[in-house]
Design a protein. Sequence first.
Length: 271
Amino acid sequence: MRKHIPLKKFSQNFLIDSSIVKKIVEFINPQLNEILVEIGPGLAALTRPVCNLIDELIVIEIDKYLLERLKKCSFYSKLIIFYQDAVKFNYLKLFNKKDRLIRVFGNLPYHVATSLILNLFKNIKIIKDMNFMLQKEVAERLVALPGSKSYGRLSIIAQYYCNIKILLDVSPKCFRPVPKVDSIFLNLTPYTNFYPYFTHNVKVLSYITNLAFQKRRKILKNSLGKLFSEKVLTTLNINPQERPENISILQYCQLSNYIIENNIYCKSISI
Ligand code: SAM
C-alpha cells in the first residue's frame, strides 16, 4: 500500500507507540454490548486493537483517502463508517437508531478538538463517556480550577457536565509526524445520579461565562455590570472587584440562576 502523506489541515499526527496504544485501549476498556464511536480512525492505530475486542465500531473520518485504506483491513467488516466532519456529526440521530448511550473516543484532530467537545456537550444526555487524546493545553483548560491561568469558560462548562480524569501524559515522540505540543489522554464521564452543580439553563451559564472571560483582566463589576449591579453581586457573596478566574463554578451557576429567577432579559440568550 502507498505511504500516506499526513495532512496538516486535518491534524494528522498518527500514534506510533504501541505501549501507549495498549494503555489507551485498556483505559477505554471496550465491551461487546457497547456503542463505541471513534473520531478520526486515521491509520487505525486504535481502531485495530479496539476491533479485536468488539464486533462493531462506528468511525467518523473526514479524509476519504484514509477511509479507502481501511477497506483493506481485516477488521473492515466490523466498521460502520461515516465520511463526515465529526464536529458537525449528528450524534443524536445515531443514539436514536441504537437506543443506547454512546461511548466516544479518539486521538482527536487538535485543531477542532475544543469545538468537537463543546458540540458533544450539547448532546451530553446520550453520552456514556468520552476518552480523548488532546493537546496538553486543552486538557489543562478542561480540568483547571479557579485561580489558575487555564481556568475559563471551557473548564466551567466541562466540569459542569462531567467528571474529568487525566489518564496519561503522552510525549510528542509517540506520534508521526512529531507534533510541536505535548499531549494528554483523559476521560470525561457525564454526571448521572449526582450533579455537583445546578443551573436552570446551561445556555445562560455559557452566556455569562463568555461575557466574564471575554476580557480576563476586567473585574466583574465591569464585565458583568450590564447584568448585575454591585449590590446584587455582593448579596450573592461575590466580590465585584474580583476577576473572572477567581469565581467558582458554583458561583457562576448562582449568577445564571439569579438571571433566570429574576427574569432578567439578555438579548443574546434564547432561553
Ligand atoms: N486515530 C489515529 C491515530 O491515533 O493515529 C489518527 C489520529 S489523527 C491525530 C486525527 C484523525 O482525525 C485523522 O485521521 C484525521 O484525518 C481525522 N480528522 C481530522 N479532522 C476531522 C474532522 N473534523 N472530523 C473527523 N475526522 C477528522
